[in-house]
Write a protein that binds this ligand. Structure first.
Ligand SMILES: [Ca+2]
Length: 330
């Protein structure tokens, strides 16, 4: 009996085969069909696993990479809401980065307001002189600092940023984040192109709040202006550094974490030079990288923000306390 079929490559194949051989062929076809089904199932599971891993990575990266972050409740809600991540890996367009409102740009005649003669904490950081220093010894938002009211894209949940959540007393700046999302974010004129920043800080309270110390581009352009998050964490998670790529790609060019308990006082130091970025914790080197990707094209300034990202307001009030902040340059 003659059989005619199309091979996968399209050529006609005529056969006149014994019954036993035909049986073997049929068995082989069944085996191949079953094997193909397993491959398809395995591929699907692998793709789901990879997608879940990517989603987790994006979440860990605090929603600042590419991806569309689902909006949380707009008002009055308490507790944590679900967050949906999607988008593409490795950058892309993020319509809502952690964008502070326009800030006060550094002036040319920056001088230390206090702490005259202060030196950078790490002995490895040499050749710098102090340009700005804030001890928060007053009773309100100090000169040179701006508390945000509103704004901030994905970093705002519920009631959002309000200057009333930024308080200065007893030598401490205390940023609070309430369960309805009301929170504090502030920018400073502490900065320039390159330099060394130090902030003595602790963050604690309701899990999910997202404290960040950022060198933000004076241009307010993102992502091409860059974004150097030299401390960033979820309360209840690990301290991290996220140095964003200063390009249309956005996303992170460098990231690492530390096991240091940031609910206790520590000094977070960050040196930015023309060829490197180096982090310090209490004067000890944390990391260094020569990656050129995060190099910002212009000057940057310090911002201190207790963010919440979309849908991430804490289930209990969270706090970010700052004893002092300093900026040095060469
Ligand atoms: Ca202080």
């Amino acid at each position: 009996m003659e059989t005619t079929r199309k091979t996968p490559h399209g050529a006609d194949e005529k056969r006149n085969l014994p019954a036993q051989v035909k049986t073997l062929i049929v068995k082989r076809r069944k085996f191949l069909i079953v094997a193909a089904a397993f491959c398809l199932l395995g591929g699907t599971l692998l793709a789901r696993s990879q997608a879940a891993t990517f989603s987790t990575a994006i979440e860990a990266e605090a929603g600042q990479q590419s991806g569309k972050i689902g909006a949380g409740p707009t008002s009055g809600a308490s507790g944590n809401a679900s967050v949906t991540f999607g988008g593409t890996a490795g950058g892309g367009t993020n319509p809502n980065p952690t964008t502070p409102p326009p800030s006060t740009p550094p002036s040319d005649d920056v001088k230390a307001t206090s702490c005259t003669g202060a030196k950078p904490m790490p002995t490895a950081v040499t050749g710098y002189t102090i340009k700005k220093c804030e001890d928060f010894n007053g009773s309100g938002i100090p000169s040179g600092w701006t508390a945000y009211n509103g704004g901030g894209g994905d970093t705002v949940y519920g009631a959002g940023r309000q200057a009333s959540q930024c308080k200065v007393a007893d030598g401490i700046l205390k940023q609070s984040q309430q369960t309805n999302g009301a929170t504090c974010g502030m920018s400073s004129n502490f900065g320039g192109k390159y330099g060394y920043w130090e902030v003595k800080m602790k963050a604690y309270g309701g899990k999910g709040a997202h404290p960040v110390l950022i060198v933000w581009p004076d241009s307010d352009k993102w992502p091409e202006g860059g974004e150097l998050d030299f401390f960033e964490a979820d309360i209840g998670g690990k301290a991290g550094v996220f140095l964003h790529c200063a390009s249309s790609k956005g996303g992170n060019c460098y990231h690492t974490t530390s096991d240091v308990d940031f609910s206790q006082w520590h000094v977070w130091g960050f040196e930015w030079t023309a060829s490197s970025f180096t982090g310090y914790i209490d004067g000890e080197k944390w990391y260094t990288t020569n990656d050129k990707g995060p190099q910002m094209p212009g000057a940057g300034h310090l911002t201190i923000q207790l963010d919440n990202l979309s849908g991430r307001a804490p289930s209990a009030t969270a706090y970010m306390d700052v004893d002092w902040a300093r900026y040095y340059s060469k």
